[in-house]
Every structure is written in C-alpha cells, then in structure tokens.
Ligand binder design. Structure first.
Ligand SMILES: C[S@@+](CC[C@H](N)C(=O)[O-])C[C@H]1O[C@@H](n2cnc3c(N)ncnc32)[C@H](O)[C@@H]1O
Length: 303
C-alpha cells in the first residue's frame, strides 16, 4: 500500500498546503468527505479546534506532527473509518468512545432517541429502559443523559462492546446505580428475564441480510464488527426474536422502538402485527426513509 509522501522532497509544510495536498490524496483514494477528513485528522494531530486550522493557516508542522499526520492519513487512505482512527464519534450532543469492537453510531439512529424523548416528555418520573444490543451505548446513554430520572439496562452479546459502553457511561458521568450492563444473547428466550418490567424497549439490532454484503461499502465491510451488522432470515431474524420474547419484560402500555433497514418496513410491520402490539407507526430518518418502527404492548402475549 503506497504511503502519502507529504514529507517527501518538500520539507516545510504549512497547514494550508497540507490541507490542500492531503484533500487531493484522499479524494483519489475515494473518500466521500476528503476535506472534512483531513481537517479532523489535523485537529487531532495538532490538538486544536477546527477553526484554528484556518486561523493558523501559515503554521509549519513540526516533524513529529508531520509523521503522526502521515500515519493517520495513511490509515484513512486505506479506508479505515475516521471514527475508528480518532477513537470517538459524536451522537446526539455527546462524544462516544468507539473501538473496532463496536458499530460506529449513525446520525440516522438519532431519530430513534428523539422519538423516545418526544413520546415520554410528559413523564418525568423514573422509567426503566432496556437497550437490546447496546454496542457503544449511544442510544441508552443519550436517553439517560436527557432523562436523568430513568434507569437503563443495556444488553450485548459482545463483552468487548459492553466494556466500551461502560467506558462511555463513566465519561458521560452516568451514576452507576442508574445503569446495568450485561452480556446476554437476545435471541435466547431465557435471556428475557428481569426482576422488574421495563416501560421502554429500544433496539438497533443487526439487520443487514448476508446477501447484501457485496453491496456494502468497503469501509463498513472491512472495519465494522460483523456481529453488529448481519442477521439471518433476510435481515429480520432479530425482530422476530424481539417480537416473540420482549413481552415477557414489558408492562402493558410499554413502548418498543426498533431501528429497521431501509427496505424492511413492511416485513417488520408484519412481524409486529400480532395482537400483542398496537399503535404501530414508523418514524422517518433525515432522508425521509422509515428508519424506526415504534409500537406499544397491548398486554396480550403474542401467541
Ligand atoms: C447494529 S449494532 C447497534 C449498536 C448500538 N446500539 C448503536 O445503535 O450504534 C447491534 C449490536 O447488537 C449486538 N448483538 C449482536 N447479536 C446479539 C445478540 N444475539 N444478543 C445481544 N446483542 C447482540 C452487537 O454486538 C452490536 O453491538
């Protein structure tokens, strides 16, 4: 793999020159956001705010800064997502630590969080929220930040992901007594047991069908955890499990919010069409695509 030669024959690179040169380099490598990527990498290396890159246009980079920038730029040029390079990603208004063991939080998932907040804004008492497949914890921890009286339970099958979620909880100063993280397989009926019922269930489960893998971008395919991405049964396996087992933990009237793939709306609505669920609706994402199915438990077990 060829390395960027920003530190080749030319010795003294200033920020402006590096911005221009490195943007062209990433453009050729196929990055969809080359300028932004370079700005983020430079702010990381120089430990300055983005605006400072423009204020300090003429600043010459020191050799260690140049070397570090080149190393990060090479990784980006090879397709590694910027969030894994920086080790963090913004979601809602919070910064989440991310490692290659967790899915990078997506902006589209914010509509799930916003829907939960909106639907429960009149309830200030303490609700119990379960997040099945919590990953970095971005959904659950954002909800707990916005609804500090609530209690959160996060499940994941990956111990490594749970460590990241725990780390994020500490960073975001979530009181330990407000959060329980545990390793559970949501596809097993015996996992769905808790001492007390929950009023809100959220989940962004793996939902990409294995058949769709060839069409995924290399950034996703080569770097994000397969366990967080793919699901059997044309991608709807996890919704079937949630539909079949979640009621055991839900109080009648409890709400369920599941993120869905862009072509899964009718299939997932069909899954949640048993007498256990009513008031089912879709919530669109920023592009107007149905991204979340929200439904309410009637109190009648599905079968
Ligand atoms: C699509 S990611 C979502 C992560 C995070 N909630 C988000 O929205 O960014 C799905 C998560 O489900 C977890 N997962 C996969 N299979 C699981 C299972 N059988 N039981 C529990 N969690 C599972 C993965 O490890 C991953 O963290």
């Amino acid at each position: 793999m060829s390395q960027p030669e920003a530190t080749g024959p030319k010795l003294n690179w200033n920020i402006k020159e590096l911005l221009m040169w490195a943007t062209g380099y990433l453009e050729k490598k196929g990055s969809p956001s080359p300028r932004l990527d370079v700005e983020l990498l430079l702010t990381e290396v120089l430990q300055v705010a983005r605006i400072q890159l423009y204020v300090q246009f003429e600043r010459i980079l020191q050799t260690p800064e140049k070397d570090r920038f080149r190393a990060l730029l090479t990784r980006r040029g090879q397709g590694e997502p910027i969030a894994y390079i920086l080790g963090r990603k913004g979601f809602m208004s919070y910064d989440f630590v991310v490692t290659p063991e967790v899915l990078i939080p997506r902006a589209d998932t914010e509509c799930l969080v916003e829907a939960v907040l909106q639907d429960h804004q009149h309830i200030t008492g303490s609700l119990r929220i379960l997040d099945a497949g919590t990953g970095s914890g971005c959904i659950l921890l954002s909800l707990l930040k916005e609804r500090p009286n609530d209690v959160g339970i996060g499940w994941d099958i990956s111990q490594a992901a749970l460590k990241v979620a725990q780390h994020n909880a500490l960073q975001l100063k979530i009181p330990p007594q407000k959060l329980t993280l545990s390793c559970r397989d949501m596809t097993l009926p015996e996992s769905w047991q808790l001492e007390d019922p929950v009023q809100i269930l959220v989940s962004n489960p793996p939902y990409i069908a294995f058949e769709e893998e060839p069409g995924l971008s290399l950034n996703v395919r080569n770097y994000e955890p397969r366990q967080a991405l793919f699901a059997p049964d044309s991608g709807v396996f996890f919704y079937k499990k949630i539909e079949a087992y979640a009621w055991k933990l839900l109080a009648p009237g409890a709400r369920v919010y599941v993120e869905i793939g862009h072509q899964q709306a009718s299939q997932v609505a069909e899954i949640f069409s048993t007498p256990a669920w009513h008031q089912t609706r879709f919530i669109p994402d920023l592009q107007g695509i149905n991204r979340v199915l929200a439904t309410t438990y009637t109190g009648i077990p599905p079968r």
